[in-house]
Design a binder for this molecule. Sequence first.
Ligand code: MLT
Ligand code: MN
Ligand code: ZN
Length: 308
Amino acid sequence: MLRVVVLGAAAGGGVPQWNCGCPVCLAARTEHPELKSTQASIAISADGAHWFLINASPDLRQQLIATPQLHPRAGKLRHSPISGVILTNGEIDAIAGLLSMREGASFTIYAHPKVLSILKANSIFNVLNEKVPRQPIEEDKTFEPTLPDGSPSGIEILPFAVPGKSAWYLEGEVHAAADDGAGDTLGVRVRDKATGKHFYFLAACAAVKDDLRSRLAGAPLIFFDGTVWRDDELIAAGLGNKTGQGMGHIAMAGDNGAIAALAGLDIERKIFLHINNSNPALLHDSAEREIAERAGWQIPADGTEIVL
Ligand code: MLT
Ligand code: MN
Ligand code: ZN
């Protein structure tokens, strides 16, 4: 059995974002607290006792408090059910939560060498000491994360490259680990070895091409980049000067958007994740929400649990 908990569904900044008065943030602060959402991360487990995070968001502490499955086991003085963290990119909203895991628990960080080099280059992450080994992962090569005693977790992960871009704070910089884009943005397939049940996780993806369509066709479940509804929405709303594409994110709507590109692929359950507070599909009564739902997409609340 593969268990998945959506720890957070929002993009960088969360909902509401600290400095934002857009309609969604405003509603979340006032009459619609149910719109509140923390930054994107999921937790997965094959045995219900040991868990792996996919990305560690800046809201991790709050997410762990809200998730009983991730509390220390009863009777233990110091313990965490978290056996590892799998990183799919080096953005702040994917890695900053590691700093909330600095009190000496043992777990493993799994990431592409590019992302590991970013952690290494930022000495603040040295606070995660020798109890936190870093395991490089490769594109198109499956690996099985291990439990703290070294035994197999029963979960097979397949990382693969998707169109994206380097982390925001590294834009325009030549990074020590090369600057060819390799390792900047990964999708992962997560598979329960015992049952073969699987799903895909792509918190960032700039475009859906034929190879990705074939890969995702027939999947039982996908979590997919839902950052913006339309490419220029931040500019149109006066919230910023970046397009979705400029941030490495595909739009939900439009001819080349995720809804159109992933239609008709016989995907059983489609869930948007990494949804920016500017995205009108977050509003329950919006026309955009209706279009997304009619196309078979869900926008999850934090804490949503799925068993495959
Ligand atoms: C992104 O997904 O584009 C980044 O998380 C942007 C950010 O750090 O706010
Ligand atoms: Mn992000
Ligand atoms: Zn906002």
